[in-house]
Design a protein around this ligand. Sequence first.
Ligand code: IPE
Ligand code: IPE
Ligand code: MG
Length: 251
Amino acid sequence: MKRSTSTSTLIQNLPLNIPNSLPRHVAIIMDGNGRWATQRGLPRIAGHYQGAEVVKDILRCCKEWGIKILTVYAFSTENWGRPTAEVDFLMGLFERLLRVQLKEMQQEGICLRFLGELDVLPLSLQREMQRTIDITSQNQEVYFNVAINYSGRQEIVRACRHLAKLVQQGELLPDAIDETIIQQSLYTLDLPSPDLLIRTSGEMRLSNFLLWQLAYTEIYFTNTLWGDFNCEEFRKAIEDYQGRERRFGKL
Ligand code: IPE
Ligand code: IPE
Ligand code: MG
């Protein structure tokens, strides 16, 4: 599947009217959909459906508050290990959401990109993804990244292979490999690292999400299930972040 990099320069040139303490980039591990549904006596898929509604609200908050980049974990490579019916439902849901939401995302100025190994996804979903990437690529209100079939370790392996090939072809010297070059070989390309990572549902782990990019990210865990997360909960997470001192190893 063709990957679009046409938004790269736009992201580098983000306007500087963002208040200092507001995170520029928020990443979210949207967890707890199954439990949200089970609590209500509903099938797990009902939780994923509700989860999609929450994403829309959070995206609106980002636009309203001036958070420029939102990256969400929608499906991990490990999630293929779930029952086929749940996986199929999720793939269908992603495709339907893209089709139904495209017009609104376009109106709201959302620029959509996907992180992950996309070319093994159902072809009809890949087509919908590419269409969305192409149509929204010039939008600049919020850069919305969705990790689908994503693995942080696999992303690093892929970058290593890519750089090894360049060295083999004589296009790159081993000593020229530095953090910037590795970073640019990741799915996230030139996106700045997340300032804040939120994980819902009380789980306190990364589950293979953005392993390289989260090196200095502030982390916020909440017991709230993703299906119950909302603008108020999001505001609490941002306020918590704003009270922190980011030292980056310095004093
Ligand atoms: C997160 O919710 C969504 C995906 C992984 C697709 P879960 O489906 O993991 O919900 P729980 O953790 O089982 O409650
Ligand atoms: C992480 O949640 C993946 C997504 C939110 C898409 P999981 O529910 O799959 O993670 P584990 O299994 O609890 O670590
Ligand atoms: Mg889970």
